[in-house]
Design a protein around this ligand. Structure first.
Ligand code: UDP
Ligand code: MG
Length: 309
């Protein structure tokens, strides 16, 4: 029988885990697969680790967990989980049941035919989410798909089933700043997207504040595109060009009309502010990339394990 590994990142999910496990078991028990679970405790402050220990004791061969020494973020959790799996197929799921387990047999049906290397779920709506948030997310996908070669499907979640071959490809990208949505697409392979309606989380609250989501979006853009760097160069070049035009204009005007004072100190201040602002902006963009290079050159591990069972 083929083996299906289920990777579940958990951060402060003590209430969700006892609901998640039976809900998934009910579904996978009817599937023609052997199942293993790899929960990742991402440095939770609540009783998440105790819940995982309990589950492991009850099913020592089936339920495993990796527990981090601190919170490393969901992306690191996914990496650690994927690295631990041994299955022929691997599925990544959130523990809050926002990724409905009912779709597992359907995903499996598509992937087991061998036609697809990956089956992902795509939200078709965003009910229960603030309007502004949905609008900004849509814009994020528009922007990133316009400026990056790696296309990211709008509404695609991390909920996806992959073949071993694809998982190994994902693991071969050892970058420190991980943006999985982009990585899953970057590695290529044939992906089938199944649409579904958005589901609210069963328990607990989401940890993603608007600020965190904004940072996530900026990371996505700078991780998968060099366009902001060229934007900086382009804007810099344009403003330099305009300044030269302006200068020529001022000189010509002086010659034609020596008494004119239209280009006095006020216009100078405006131009200085404009150029100063543009320079700061460009330095900021360049700095963002340098920051990423800095993090990568340190060759830090993506996560640190405290306990693994
Ligand atoms: N998560 C994690 N580390 C974090 C934040 C979240 O492992 O630092 C896990 C969380 O437990 C959940 C999944 O990532 O299983 C998705 O998180 P959440 O439900 O908060 O995000 P949303 O569904 O709102 O995108
Ligand atoms: Mg969620």
């Amino acid at each position: 029988m083929p083996k299906l590994s289920i990777v579940v990142p958990c951060y402060n999910e003590q209430e969700s885990i006892p609901l998640f496990y039976p809900a998934v078991e009910k579904v996978v028990n009817k599937m023609p697969v052997e199942v293993e679970y790899w929960f990742v405790n991402d440095g939770s402050a609540d009783k998440t680790l105790d819940e995982l220990r309990k589950l492991h004791q009850q099913n020592p061969d089936k339920v495993h967990y990796v527990s981090f020494s601190r919170n490393f973020g969901k992306e690191a959790g996914l990496y650690a989980g994927l690295e631990a799996t041994t299955g022929d197929y691997v599925v990544v799921m959130d523990v809050d049941l926002q990724d409905p387990p009912e779709y597992l047999p359907i995903m499996y049906k598509y992937i087991s035919t061998g036609e697809y290397d990956c089956v992902g779920m795509r939200r078709t709506d965003r009910t229960g989410e603030a309007k502004v948030k949905s609008f900004l997310s849509d814009k994020f996908y528009d922007v990133i798909n316009k400026i990056s070669d790696t296309k990211i499907v709008n509404g695609a979640r991390d909920y996806r089933m992959m073949t071993r071959q694809m998982v190994n490809a994902v693991l071969s990208l050892k970058e420190y700043n991980r943006f999985s949505k982009g990585i899953f697409n970057w590695v290529g392979f044939k992906t089938k997207y199944l649409p579904y309606k958005n589901v609210q989380r069963v328990a607990g609250t989401t940890d993603w504040s608007t600020w965190k989501l904004f940072k996530y979006a900026m990371d996505g853009i700078t991780d998968f595109s060099e366009a902001p760097l060229s934007i900086a160069t382009w804007i810099g070049g344009m403003s330099a060009f305009l300044s030269i035009l302006g200068l020529i204009f001022v000189i010509v005007r002086r010659i034609i009309e020596p008494s004119s004072s239209a280009f006095g100190w006020a216009s100078m201040v405006c131009i200085m502010l404009l150029l100063g602002g543009l320079q700061l902006m460009c330095i900021g963009i360049v700095g963002k990339y340098i920051g990423k290079i800095y993090m990568q050159t340190k060759q830090r591990p993506i996560y640190i394990v405290k306990e693994k069972k």
